[in-house]
Design a binder for this molecule. Structure first.
Ligand code: DOR
Ligand code: ZN
Length: 346
């Protein structure tokens, strides 16, 4: 039987929610990954060190009472607002438990209303981050409602990211969940300390998947899926061996009732099979030998954290993804629900 042994991977971009929803979502990630960068877009958002540390405590408490025991470390982030102070950034770094600051342009996605309205308001904070070498994670989409939703990433590169890296040439940046050939080229060609995460769903699907056989809310996420040529560019980047590209699922659980709704939420839940999904992409591209670096080395190196020591094993084996999971009194519809996957983590 074909097996694949890898250094235990990390998820460098995860939404795991809070409360009962967090207790339902977290085990899926803790089973597969040693660590994850925890996104701060809660309601209210995680805007202070105190909030991030208390969120971390809630995650650790949930792990301690979970049905199974996991060794999993949540890597916390702060949600950048127009009012985040340089002092708060310094305290975040000193905590040793907060690893980055997340920039959501206000209105770009789920719970981003409190995000940044004008980057100029954050200049002293960004300058401090640059000085103390604290990474900025960006949701790279402009929010101007007049900009076509499929063009928002490309325009963000020109209007926001390019000026930002000129202004802060040493600021370490992760361009999160990139979705376009433009973003791939930008990251590849930039001499700036910039890396990018790539999700499993953007590697597997193009935008046709949103409309196949009728509108499918479970394939709606932000940034929205793009054309096939962009998907191909993402696969090329992921399998390239370039350390600027690494795994970040952007697994984003929403209750079935919030997804299958006249105004459905953005977000695709992939944590139940994240590694298996990435493995199938690398297998199809004939690049299984590059999976470990993408999943387990590049992200840790970029964040200057030690690589994991433990190993995990994936086996070539068919299994069916459940139709749904329990989710705080509602259902959670997983990516590829009711279909057969061909790799399984043992
Ligand atoms: O699809 C998404 N869902 N994209 C995001 O940026 C946020 C996320 C969420 O929190 O649901
Ligand atoms: Zn996200």
């Amino acid at each position: 039987m074909k097996t694949l042994t890898l250094t235990k991977p990390d998820d460098w971009h995860l939404h795991v929610r809070d409360g009962e929803q967090m207790r339902a979502a977290l085990p899926h990630t803790a089973r597969q990954f040693a660590r994850a960068i925890i996104m701060p877009n809660l309601r209210p958002p995680v805007v202070s060190v105190a909030m991030a540390l208390s969120y971390r405590d809630r995650i650790l408490a949930a792990l301690a009472t979970a049905a199974q025991q996991y060794t999993f470390e949540p890597l916390m982030t702060l949600y950048l607002t127009d009012h985040t102070s340089p002092q708060e950034i310094i305290r975040a770094k000193e905590s040793g438990k907060i690893h980055a600051v997340k920039l959501y342009p206000a209105g770009a996605t789920t719970n981003s209303d409190a995000g940044v309205t004008d980057l100029a308001k954050c200049y002293s904070t960004l300058a401090t981050m640059e000085k103390i070498d604290f990474p900025l994670l960006v949701h790279g989409e402009v929010t101007d409602p007049d900009v076509d939703v499929f063009d928002r990433e490309g325009i963000f590169i020109d209007q926001v990211l390019t000026p930002m890296i000129r202004q802060f040439p040493a600021l370490r940046i992760v361009f999160e969940h990139i979705t376009t050939r433009d973003a791939v080229s930008f990251v590849q060609e930039s001499s700036h300390p910039i890396a990018a995460t790539i999700t499993a769903h953007h590697l597997l699907l193009n935008r046709n998947a949103i409309f196949q056989g009728g509108i499918n809310p479970h394939h709606y996420c932000l940034p929205v899926l793009k054309r096939e040529t962009h998907r191909q560019a993402l696969v090329e980047a992921a399998i390239s061996g370039n350390p600027k590209f690494f795994l970040g699922t952007d697994s984003a659980p929403h209750a079935q009732t919030a997804k299958e709704n006249a105004c459905g939420c953005a977000g695709i839940f992939t944590a139940h099979a994240a590694l298996e999904l990435y493995t199938s992409v690398f297998e199809q591209a004939g690049a299984l030998d590059r999976l470990e670096a993408f999943a387990s080395f590049h992200g840790a190196d970029f964040y200057r954290l030690p690589r994991n020591q433990e190993q995990i094993v994936l086996r070539k084996e068919n299994w069916s993804v459940p139709e749904q999971f329990e989710y705080a009194g509602d259902n959670l519809i997983p990516f590829r629900a009711n279909t057969t996957l061909t790799w399984r983590m043992t």
